[in-house]
Design a protein around this ligand. Structure first.
Ligand SMILES: Nc1ncnc2c1ncn2[C@@H]1O[C@H](COP(=O)(O)OP(=O)(O)OP(=O)(O)O)[C@@H](O)[C@H]1O
Length: 796
């Protein structure tokens, strides 16, 4: 971010950067002519440098130039000073109210102009009509699609799980019955050594679907050894039998936790993780002590296979590739290829030795888990699987053709989805209102996740939500009062100190005054890939442990596989870059048969077409049953008019405007805050350009109203004044990528070019070659996008 951040701050002083020469010698007339010529040259040169045309006549005030009706804002107050300002400002769809703010002086010197426009004027109107939702549709009970099975016949023991393990599942892990995917996978993997491809929706219990058969088989192995008295039983020295690969450290840790819980009933089996983030020396020491099951990230495992002699993989009989599509997207193909070849080689070399463990299968079973069955997963299958059995929750589900393959991933049936149509200017106030409303009653929503496209934007929204915006306003007014009091000879009261800088990165959670009602407090958390690993881990742990209402602002780092308990609501404040990511995000709620709600914010216009994607989320094709719609006005009324009764029609507009002004004042309070808002805005715009080509029709950057959007980042400048440079993938991230990705990151610039080329591709002739080129550019762009995003994930 550093490079672009500097560009953002780049400003030309009013006086210009070119020194005017002094003129000596010649007669008066000659000196005047020379001065005029130099002045002309100076103006032109400054225009070229700044890109701003010099005004012909002395400039009128901004207000004179733009609109007759305006609201004058002074200091922390926003009282109108001309005509019926308040009414004009809050009048819906009236002329824009534009003023020159006193603070604009300071900023104009930096090359930008400050504009305070009304929130409710010139907003784009929705292109679709709100359909009234029938109460019956809303309340109609829906059979959960990922819940544990309810038939008495469907028990863990009926699948071949031993009574010891089944009792442990029931008594210690409170799991009574298997889910549909567990039923299918456990039955298959216990009886058969064929490779398998497990595909099931989010929150359906895939982790236990592959862990249970492995633990069961190892417990059987141990029992067999005891019976035959070959050895006492399986112990940590007996060998490494299973490896589970996951794309990120967070996921690996989560899998390791579930495994640890399972192994409490088979304490002689030992599991560990090698996922990086700690010294390799300590990982080596653990491997040397001996282990039976290993959870690893591919990079770290490949490294140990090469350099750690103590890691003997000749007995590995189960290899699981979890989140297969993500493993491929993050570019782990080479590592996985290496790992598979290494396992094959060592297994063949030590075939006879393995015979000393009776009951150890002759061949290795490889299990690939993925939500989708796309081309890259097929490729992973080619690398790792042989004659694999396809395991799905519902055996009746068949994927007939290519098109269906892409569509074979659905949201849980019980998940209630809605969309909010919100104009760009209203986005920030609408988000705050939406969350305020969600947390208004204790217990209605305990935990929510808000997905935001990039790390900078997460930081900015975290600061806004954890600031006391009301205090911000009060303290400014108080400063004035304090001065008055001093003049009267009275001692000023002690006022609360307002923090004027963005929150330190080490702070990842804080109370949210603007979301907390009087009855209880709401805590806001943040999570993104630019946070150090230890902080990410502790933040997730704290969010998980918190039994009070809490909201997590996160990038897609929290979208895959994470199992955070009691998440009732997912808000996609920025839509996902691809449908799959959207399904993973909303899948953080409505897990294992529980209820859940998800809402996506869309802007009026082409984004509304995304509703078609939301409709395709349902497997049964019963579109629209749970697809509620809300408009910004409704969100603001419900969230901001807490009495529930509107005094007049514009009351909510007044409150929204107050809120917006408070947020803008917050940003103006310090250069660091303003910088953070600008950075967030800039990264957001860049991230917007990285939607996959197939969905770019819905998220067309050319349709994005940059000026209106700036308001949602508390900015009063026009974007042109901010000098937003060219698009770049992987926006908002510091250049702290792992070495493997750093190479690719050089290509992130190429990715930017690719993105730009792809955006401009409407200009390309529609010949076959042009089509091929576009395809190649998009494929590369996709890769680079993921490379740029790689630091969102902690790669081992
Ligand atoms: N048989 C079961 N009964 C009740 N709850 C279960 C059962 N199996 C798993 N769960 C719970 O369901 C939740 C989701 O499990 P898991 O994380 O394995 O889902 P997943 O299918 O891997 O989801 P994702 O695709 O999002 O990664 C976990 O909290 C887990 O404890």
């Amino acid at each position: 971010m550093a490079d672009d951040g500097m560009l953002l701050n780049f400003s030309i002083p009013d006086s210009g950067i070119l020194n005017k020469p002094s003129f000596k010698g010649g007669n008066w007339k000659q000196r005047q002519t020379a001065k005029k010529a130099a002045a002309h040259w100076h103006t032109k040169a400054t225009e070229r440098l700044t890109g701003v045309k010099a005004p012909k006549a002395p400039p009128a005030t901004v207000s004179q130039c733009i609109r007759p009706k305006r609201l004058r804002v002074s200091g922390g107050d926003h009282k109108n000073s001309e005509d019926d300002g308040a009414a004009a400002a809050f009048r819906p769809h009236s002329d824009a109210s534009v003023v020159k703010h006193p603070a604009a002086k300071q900023d104009t010197s930096k090359g930008g102009k400050q504009i305070i426009s009304s929130l409710f004027s010139f907003n784009p109107t929705s292109i679709t009509q709100a359909q009234p939702t029938k109460a019956t549709e809303e309340d109609a009970p829906v059979e959960p699609s990922n819940a544990p099975l309810t038939s008495e016949l469907d028990t863990f023991t009926s699948l071949g799980i031993s009574p010891t393990l089944a009792t442990h599942l029931l008594k210690k892990m409170e799991l009574k019955a298997p889910t549909a995917i567990q039923k299918a996978a456990v039955a298959q993997l216990i009886k058969d050594d064929s490779d398998a491809f497990i595909q099931a929706e989010t929150g359906s219990g895939k982790t236990l679907a592959y862990l249970l058969p492995i633990v069961q088989r190892l417990m059987e192995l141990s029992a067999n050894m005891k019976k035959r008295k070959v050895d006492e039983s399986v112990s940590r020295d007996s060998g490494l039998f299973a490896i589970i690969l996951a794309p990120t450290r967070e996921l690996s840790k989560q899998i390791a936790n579930v495994l640890d819980n399972l192994l409490r009933c088979a304490h002689w089996l030992v599991a560990t993780t090698v996922i990086g983030g700690e010294k390799k020396k300590s990982e080596k020491a653990r491997l040397r002590k001996g282990i039976n099951i290993l959870v690893a990230t591919p990079g770290r495992l490949a490294d140990h296979l090469e350099h750690t002699k103590a890691l003997d993989v000749s007995n590995v009989r189960w290899l699981v590739l979890d989140e297969g599509d993500r493993l491929m997207e993050l570019g782990f193909e080479d590592e996985i290829q290496k790992i598979v070849s290494n396992l094959n080689l060592r297994m063949r070399a030590h075939k006879d030795e393995a015979a000393r463990i009776p009951g150890l299968p002759a061949k290795r079973t490889t299990v690939l888990c993925s939500a989708t069955m796309k081309l890259d997963v097929e490729r992973l299958g080619e690398i790792s699987l042989k004659d694999a059995v396809h395991i799905r929750a519902d055996p009746a589900d068949r994927m007939e053709d290519e098109t269906e393959k892409d569509q074979g991933f659905f949201a849980p049936a019980q998940l209630k989805q809605s969309f909010a149509v919100v104009a760009p200017k209203l986005r920030l106030v609408s988000l705050i209102s939406f969350l305020k409303r969600a947390f208004a009653r204790k217990g209605s929503v305990m935990k929510a996740i808000v997905f935001i496209s990039c790390a900078d934007s997460v930081d900015f929204h975290f600061d806004i939500l954890t600031s006391n915006l009301e205090e911000e306003v009060v303290s400014k007014e108080d400063t004035k009062e304090e001065k008055d009091e001093e003049v009267d000879g009275k001692k000023p009261k002690k006022k609360p100190v307002v923090q004027a800088d963005p929150t330190k990165i080490a702070v990842t959670h804080a109370e949210s005054p603007s979301l907390s009602p009087h009855t209880h407090k709401v805590t806001t958390y943040r999570l993104h890939g630019s946070l150090p690993q230890s902080l990410r881990t502790s933040t997730l742990a704290q969010f998980t442990k918190n039994n009070e209402p809490a909201v997590l602002l996160a990038t897609d780092v929290a979208s895959r596989g994470l199992d955070l308990p009691n998440v009732d609501l997912v808000v996609e404040f920025d839509p996902a870059f691809a449908r799959e990511d959207h399904l993973h995000r909303i899948g953080r709620t409505a897990r294992a048969g529980r209820d859940g709600r998800a809402c996506i914010f869309l802007m009026p216009g082409c984004e509304e077409g995304y509703v078609d994607i939301l409709k395709s989320d349902r497997k049964d094709g019963e579109t629209g049953i749970h697809l509620g719609r809300q408009d910004a006005d409704e969100i603001l009324k419900k969230g901001l008019v807490t009495s529930g009764v509107l005094k007049d029609k514009t009351e909510y507009m007044e409150k929204a405007t107050d809120l917006q002004l408070a947020v803008e004042r917050w940003a103006l309070a310090s250069p660091a805050r303003l910088e953070s808002a600008r950075r967030a805005y800039q990264s957001h715009v860049r991230a917007y350009a990285t939607h996959i080509a197939a969905e770019r029709g819905y998220f067309d950057i050319k349709q994005l109203h940059l000026g209106h959007l700036a308001k949602a980042f508390a900015l009063r400048e026009r974007p042109s004044g901010m000098k937003v440079p060219g698009l770049r993938t992987g926006a908002g991230r510091e250049n702290k990528r792992p070495a493997k990705i750093r190479g690719a990151a050089t290509g992130a610039n190429k990715g930017a070019v690719a993105t730009k080329a792809a955006l401009d591709d409407t200009k390309v002739d529609d010949t076959e070659d042009a089509a091929k080129m576009r395809k190649a550019v998009r494929a590369r762009e996709k890769f680079m996008r993921h490379a740029g995003m790689a630091d969102e994930f902690n790669l081992g």
